[in-house]
Write a protein that binds this ligand. Structure first.
Ligand code: ZN
Length: 227
């Protein structure tokens, strides 16, 4: 089932169907966004990095969340804002020390996300907080799909209709099951928390006026414009 959130007469409603003309909003309100870096070997390579032997984790602030169709704002301090299309896991139940074979019981469903990154600042700072943390740097949506086998799904990014990233979740170094066990052994995951599972190769620039689309097979298309 697909769960949407939308605005109707100034109120936020949730439903599996959206009335015509309603404005979609981000389908989650996380307490934290846990991200996995370099989870696709080809992407690690394109940025000159080794594939990691353990998941490389970082956080994005909840204030970075952006609605479907919302505008990604490039901060003046960066010369290199890039897209990273990713499968997002949405936590459904408080989760601590979850075992991998039980991971699905703690997950509400899955969404498309864009781990927007100021690549120059990420490299300059070493820590990822600034480069990944600007407002509007976490578009997510268009819905949460609650029934999906995520072991082999196409993950694509298009910019102005041109395909930039085209991978499969089957290429992930660490599976969703592994990640839920690994992360929940570190921090308690709360309902609505989001895990971004890493991006396939093909990351590239976002410029003013671009339209960027992240499509994950079985979920839908997350579309945003860039300013
Ligand atoms: Zn990423």
């Amino acid at each position: 089932m697909k769960l949407y959130r939308y605005l109707h007469d100034g109120r936020v409603l949730e439903s599996s169907e959206v009335p015509a003309g309603a404005k979609l909003v981000a389908p989650v309100t996380p307490t934290k966004i846990v991200c996995v870096g370099r989870n696709y070997a080809e992407h690690a390579k394109e940025l000159g990095n080794e594939a990691p032997s353990e998941p490389l984790l970082f956080l994005k602030p909840p204030s970075a969340i952006l609605d479907p169709d919302g505008t990604i704002v490039r901060p003046p301090v960066s010369q290199s804002v890039q897209h990273e299309g990713e499968l997002a896991i949405v936590v459904g139940k408080e989760a601590k020390n979850v075992k991998a074979d039980n991971w699905r019981n703690y997950v509400l469903g899955f969404a498309c996300a864009n781990d927007v990154t100021a690549r120059d600042l990420q490299k300059k700072d070493v820590q990822f907080t600034r480069g990944k943390g600007f407002d509007t740097f976490c578009p997510i949506g268009p819905c949460i799909e609650t029934e999906l086998d995520v072991s082999s799904l196409r993950v694509q990014v298009r910019v102005n209709g041109e395909t930039r990233q085209n991978g499969s979740t089957s290429q992930m170094i660490f599976s969703c099951a592994f990640l839920v066990e690994y992360i929940s052994a570190i921090m308690t995951l709360m309902p609505g928390d989001v895990i971004l599972t890493g991006t396939p190769s093909g990351v590239g620039p976002l410029n003013a006026g671009d339209t960027v689309e992240v499509e994950v097979e079985g979920i839908g298309v997350l579309r945003n414009v860039v300013a």
